[in-house]
Design a protein around this ligand. Structure first.
Ligand code: SF4
Length: 300
């Protein structure tokens, strides 16, 4: 037996199908957990799924469609793509895919590309302005569609890369939340892939043969610092198994008493009291032996 899915150098279709089935179950479980843990989707929601044509947003839509058909709560999905008029954008790909899947959708055409090109100096990364403009359009469309939630395809590794960007370059303990309210208070943005790792999304997109649209059409490069964060996480993933999962877990197990933010904890007002056993003395708490980081290893 060779590598997973191969037999004597040839692929074993049954094993391949089994692996894809396991992967699909894992994605559904992790998305379901994120939805439950953070209250991302409720009965009666109209969820606008932002579809860029990349692997992450295709997978997000696919998993949400599967959950919608099984979920005990009733919610609607509507896919939205913003055609930003980048040169060579294959405008027919997403409508064809969405019609084939029977998904209600809206394609919004807005030439943010020209604006970004005009405003950002040559050679500078355009992503910050591009994303801001795109967000503005998507918020407007969400209002027009009466969407109660806006679902984005950011995943675990995006969240961690943002966390380290803020830590290393922003001097803040801050990541990308699974749920947030827009600055104007009118929209709820959700990230149902918060527990899903990027490699799983890439494998899923390949297995499902999603008609991917390349993300390099605009000619911009991802910000160098963000690229460095991704490379760092990837290296940790390979050299220190479990480390990335431990960091993600840490984001949901925050001890304000053991940090230094005086707005979160009243250090000045701290007094002795006759009570024992809180574990406050231990600065480092290793994970219990055998305690799973996530339910990752419990695939059926
Ligand atoms: S890669 Fe291009 S399309 Fe994507 S955010 Fe950056 S500028 Fe915009």
């Amino acid at each position: 037996m060779g590598a997973a899915g191969t037999h004597g150098g040839r692929r074993d279709p049954r094993k391949d199908a089994h692996e894809v089935d396991k992967l699909a179950k894992r994605l559904r479980r992790q998305v379901g957990e994120a939805i439950a843990d953070f209250g991302l989707i409720e009965h009666g929601d109209r969820v606008m799924v932002c579809l860029s044509g990349g692997k992450d947003s295709y997978a997000l839509l696919d998993v949400l469609l599967a959950l919608r058909d099984k979920a005990p709560v009733g919610f609607e999905l509507i896919a939205v793509n913003l055609d930003q008029k980048q040169p060579g954008f294959p405008a027919e790909v997403l409508p064809r895919y969405l019609q084939g899947r029977g998904v209600p959708y809206r394609i919004v055409e807005q030439d943010t590309y020209s604006v970004v090109k005009r405003v950002v100096p040559e050679g500078k990364t355009m992503c910050a302005l591009c994303s801001r403009l795109r967000r503005g359009v998507l918020y407007r469309v969400a209002s027009e569609l009466g969407a109660t939630k806006i679902a984005l395809g950011h995943h675990r590794d995006d969240i961690l890369a943002t966390f380290f960007l803020n830590l290393f370059h922003g001097g803040k303990l801050k990541a990308m939340p699974p749920k947030l309210v827009s600055d104007d208070g009118r929209h709820v943005v959700i990230r149902p892939l918060a527990y899903v790792k990027e490699d799983d999304l890439a494998a899923y997109a390949e297995a499902k043969a999603f008609p991917l649209i390349p993300c390099t059409l605009c000619g911009s490069q991802e910000n160098l610092q963000r690229r460095q964060m991704r490379a760092m996480l990837r290296e940790w993933q390979e050299r220190h198994p479990g480390r990335v999962e431990s960091i993600l877990r840490a984001l949901s197990d925050v001890r304000a008493t053991h940090l230094m933010d005086r707005r979160l904890f009243d250090f000045a007002g701290l007094r002795a009291e006759r009570r024992a056993g809180t574990g406050a003395d231990a600065a480092f708490e290793p994970r219990e032996l055998g305690e799973p980081l996530f339910a990752e290893d419990t695939d059926a």
